[in-house]
Design a protein around this ligand. Structure first.
Ligand code: GDP
Ligand code: MG
Length: 177
């Protein structure tokens, strides 16, 4: 890490999707820079963040794309999904609607992304447990039915964030290597 002469074995494109304000940008900030902000600012200019890590003694550069406020249904373009080998489909455990919309995001993925894309369903904001509107079991069952990986996270408390990204990246690596 930080060594620009480093040989990169794999570049893996992963896209963040899900309704607005569920915490996609903060999950990415937590994973790539270990940062978190309670102020929601729209992504400006930067299309993706990268993080280089070692998986099975190989240098893997994760290139993680974030939507810049185009989360409305069907507003995310095909270019966003092009070449993606993974998707983090995020909902907010305190917002039932963001979970109900997961099926729409899956349709979007099936319409635009590679059919072998690895999908991780993420229930974010577990630190707000008293406001929970989506039971863990419901999401777990849904994920099982749809063959998605599933994890609950808190970008604020840094719970399971690293683990979620590592799980999807390792799974992608296992498939392509
Ligand atoms: P995005 O629109 O999906 O990219 O959502 P953001 O990452 O911009 O987050 C939307 C709002 O939710 C911001 O105010 C964040 O600070 C807040 N947020 C994100 N993740 C968490 C979390 O894990 N817990 C709490 N309590 N708030 C969060
Ligand atoms: Mg965002």
């Amino acid at each position: 890490q930080g060594n620009y002469n480093q040989k990169i074995d794999y570049v893996l494109k992963v896209v963040m999707i899900g309704d607005s304000a569920v915490g996609k940008s903060q999950l990415l900030a937590r994973f790539t820079r270990n940062e978190f902000s309670l102020e929601s600012k729209a992504t400006i200019g930067v299309e993706f963040q990268t993080k280089t890590l070692l998986i099975d003694h190989k240098t893997v550069k994760a290139q993680i794309w974030d939507t810049a406020g185009q989360e409305r249904y069907r507003a995310v373009t095909s270019a966003y999904y092009r070449g993606a080998v993974g998707a983090m489909l995020v909902y907010d455990i305190t917002k039932r609607q963001s979970f109900d919309h997961v099926t729409r995001w899956l349709e979007e993925l099936r319409g635009h992304a590679d059919k072998n894309i690895v999908i991780m369903l993420i229930g974010n904001k577990t630190d707000l447990g008293s406001l929970r509107a989506v039971p863990t079991e419901d999401a777990k069952e849904f994920a099982q039915r749809e063959s998605l990986f599933f994890m609950e996270t808190s970008a604020l408390e840094a719970t399971n964030v690293e683990s979620a990204f590592l799980t999807i990246l390792t799974e992608i690596y296992r498939i392509i290597s």
